[in-house]
Design a protein around this ligand. Structure first.
Ligand code: BJW
Length: 236
């Protein structure tokens, strides 16, 4: 395999599935149990904030019991041992990339272990539950605290930085994402048109599978470490 200088990796819920976290669109996934319009839109939060807080409080509590799996660890090893740049853009709001040791990481859909105050705009590390009566530690007002996650209709975080990385990438790898949600689903086309080699690593072909130049299908804990071994073994 050719040696690559700038690697950008997009990750999705499938990467954390074998750590015990549910995906969204698989048959027993989160959207089979919840209507995304009720729990993952600003309109849903305005209509029923108690339901939305409950949804994210449950998911935040579940994070206490999960550990990074072999795929997260392999990506952290790639960042440590690869001579060029490695940027991970994750759609996941868990903290498993950080727990595995990845450092050059962008959480484009936010972080469940952070809270955002709609009144003053401050972000806070947050490990407990959020509710209507939670006061913002900065401005002291109640009723404005929400999970620091990106809902449908909101702008994902750090888009300029992401597009700069995509434009400079010579290898783009998409892992464990169904390719249903934009703008992330469009990154492969962006990277490809900038000249990058594009690789899909997923359990099954995603919505955008035909756009990738190379693909490997199987569970992330098997195919990601194998692909990282190949990359790290590549010579100039
Ligand atoms: C495994 C595995 C194993 C399983 N090993 N693999 C019409 C056209 C185009 C766009 C739009 C449109 N109408 C509306 C839009 C925009 C909208 C959108 O994309 N909607 C679509 C539904 C059509 N997007 C937005 O609103 C976004 N904002 C936006 O567009 O702003 C404007 C903008 C304009 C221009 C530039 C930039 C921006 C915001 C999207 C926010 C998404 N938020 C969520 C929830 C919040 C966080 C949370 O609660 O966790 O983010 S939705 C949910 O989906 C979550 C995820 O991050 C996201 C992606 O899901 P993911 O990761 O792909 O999971 P799954 O379940 O779908 O797939 C898992 C995959 O893993 C599967 O393929 C499995 O096979 C695989 N797998 N086990 C390997 N062991």
């Amino acid at each position: 395999m050719k040696r690559f200088d700038n690697i950008v990796i997009l990750t999705g819920a499938g990467l954390s599935a074998e750590s015990g976290l549910s995906t969204f669109r698989d048959k027993d996934g989160i959207w089979a149990k919840y209507d995304y319009r009720e729990v993952a839109t600003p309109e849903g939060f305005r209509a029923n904030p108690v339901l939305v807080h409950d949804f994210y409080n449950q998911r935040r509590r579940a994070l206490a019991d999960v550990q990074p799996n072999a795929a997260h660890l392999a990506l952290a090893r790639l960042e440590r041992e690869h001579a060029g740049g490695v940027t991970i853009v994750t759609q996941n709001i868990d903290a498993l990339h950080e727990a595995a040791g990845s450092q050059h990481l962008i959480h484009m859909h936010g972080e469940l272990m952070k809270a955002l105050c709609a009144h003053c705009g401050e972000r806070h590390a947050w490990g407990g539950d959020l509710g209507l009566d939670t006061a913002c530690p900065t401005c002291g007002r109640v009723g404005g605290m929400r999970p620091d996650v990106v809902w449908f209709g909101e702008m994902p975080y750090q888009m300029e930085r992401i597009y700069r990385a995509l434009t400079a990438a010579d290898l783009f790898i998409s892992i464990g994402t169904s390719g249903n949600v934009y703008p992330a689903a469009g990154f492969v086309a962006e990277a490809r048109s900038a000249g990058a080699h594009t690789v899909e690593l997923n359990l099954e072909p995603s919505e955008g599978a035909s756009v990738f130049a190379e693909a490997h299908y199987g569970p992330a804990t098997r195919i990601v470490p194998a692909f990282v071994d190949t990359l790290l073994g590549a010579k100039r």
